[in-house]
Ligand binder design. Structure first.
Ligand code: 9WN
Length: 443
């Protein structure tokens, strides 16, 4: 069914429906990523949720990030899930992950991480607070000052534990860490993972989607769980995992986010008078931006991941190929990428319901229109691309992403992802970061 939006949906209706989603998903201090499928707080979702919340309620946006920081490990890592005591059923839940020496007391989290969008969210909160003035400004500024060192520790952990050789690319140990769980990017690395024995499991995610084809397969899940067991077997120790990890990939998109967010955090550090730390963060931004640039395929112009275990590049035609548009870089590289993303293999593909970049190019043999990260359009990512485009002066791209996204979101389902050709909503409905994206677009 093609749920094209009724022409009568107004911005005000989108806005109030989006606010409603975030209110309903509020577990008190943290927002569930989605009501049924993801009833806990996810790390990078929380950052996008905070960006949306900052448009309507600055103190609540601050609380979102503060709650997430409460899950930060002693190493500096921000885990990919903070489990809510009152949250619903999710697999793998806290018992499956177990405890780790570095885990904060009294808090249950997963044992892997996710992309560091948080400093970008903190910048949005500060900007909204200053626009509003008064109490909002005060609370935003106090939060930035009080938590700067926690965010710095987070970036430092990524730059050391996850870039042990200092190449300017962040390595991940699980597809879930990328946030692009079953992207074709990870097919090669996962094909080389030989799963050992995993305790019996029963998936929950499949109960919350209309069609099983929208989610990863059982075979994919078995590998996901084996990687979890590997991590758990070494107590989630950052050094001990390296020689045994069956999945080690340098994730170019994650790295681009670290570069962009390090620049943003450096700017906040400068405002706070933390000049040596700000200089350190500027250097991190340069290092990871250079790392991203080093991955460009000269033929396609797209950025690539690298499998640490084989040393080989991973050249799949996915949206992660546009990592330089997030990290920033040389103007000619950005101009080339902006042309490609607006071209016929991406936003300019003639069959699209809305001219938006899909997770995998519709022109790629890997493209699957309904399957999760193998093809659908993910609305939250559009916000990140438009933010970076605005930063780099590509206002045409930013405007196109906004217009098409608002059309897409006027179906008011706030779906997790959308079928690119029909515009049909897929995955979860009332997904928090999709609602937050709508609020950010509306301003
Ligand atoms: C595993 C919450 C998360 C997002 C990820 C998305 C999906 C989880 C899952 O949902 O992943 O982390 O169970 O499939 O891929 O990007 O953060 O919305």
């Amino acid at each position: 069914s093609a749920p094209s939006a009724p022409a009568t949906v107004t911005d005000a209706q989108i806005r109030s429906a989006a606010i409603d989603v975030l209110r309903r998903n509020d577990l008190g201090g943290m927002t569930a990523a989605a009501p049924d499928l993801y009833p806990h707080q996810w790390s990078w979702d929380a950052a996008f949720v905070a960006i949306g919340l900052a448009r309507i309620d600055v103190p609540r946006a601050v609380t979102e990030l503060d709650t997430l920081l409460g899950a930060q490990w002693r190493t500096g890592m921000i885990p990919h899930i903070r489990f809510a005591a009152q949250g619903g059923d999710y697999f793998p839940g806290p018992q499956r992950w177990g405890r780790a020496p570095a885990m904060p007391d009294g808090v249950w989290t997963s044992g892997i991480t996710q992309p560091p969008v948080h400093a970008i969210a903190l910048r949005h909160i500060l900007d909204r607070g200053r626009e509003n003035g008064g109490h909002d400004q005060q609370i935003a500024e106090e939060f930035a000052a009080a938590t700067f060192d926690r965010w710095l520790a987070w970036h430092r952990w990524l730059a050391t534990a996850r870039d042990p050789e200092g190449v300017g690319l962040v390595e991940i140990h699980h597809g879930w860490e990328s946030g692009f769980d079953n992207s074709p990017r990870w097919d090669g690395p996962y094909s080389r993972v030989v799963p050992g024995p995993v305790p019996p499991f029963e998936r929950r995610d499949t109960a919350h989607v209309a069609d099983l084809a929208e989610r990863p397969s059982d075979d994919e899940y078995r590998r996901y769980l084996w990687l979890l067991e590997q991590k758990r077997s070494v107590g989630y120790d950052d050094a001990a995992i390296l020689p045994i990890a069956a999945f080690r990939v340098r994730d170019v998109f994650f790295s681009a986010i670290l570069a962009a967010a390090s620049d943003v955090l450096a700017g906040i550090g400068e405002e706070l008078g933390r000049l040596p730390e700000a200089a350190e963060l500027r250097a991190l931004a340069r290092r990871f931006r250079a790392g991203v640039t080093s991955t460009i395929d000269p033929i396609t112009g797209l950025a690539r991941d690298q499998d640490v275990l084989t040393g080989k590049w991973i050249a799949k035609e996915t949206i992660a190929g546009f990592a330089p548009l997030i990290s920033g870089g040389f103007p000619d590289l950005l101009a080339r990428q902006s042309r490609i993303i607006r071209g016929r293999r991406w936003m300019g593909h003639p069959g699209l319901a809305h001219p938006l970049p899909s997770s995998t190019s519709p022109a790629s043999p890997d493209f699957r229109p309904c399957t999760y990260w193998r093809g659908p359009v993910w609305p939250f990512l559009m916000v990140l691309f438009a933010w970076a485009a605005t930063r780099d002066g590509d206002l045409v791209l930013a405007k196109e992403l906004r217009g098409a996204s608002l059309d897409q979101l006027s179906d008011l389902t706030f779906a997790e992802y959308y079928e690119p050709f029909t515009g049909a909503p897929l995955g979860s409905r009332a997904q928090s970061w999709t609602a937050a994206a709508a609020l950010e677009w509306l301003g």
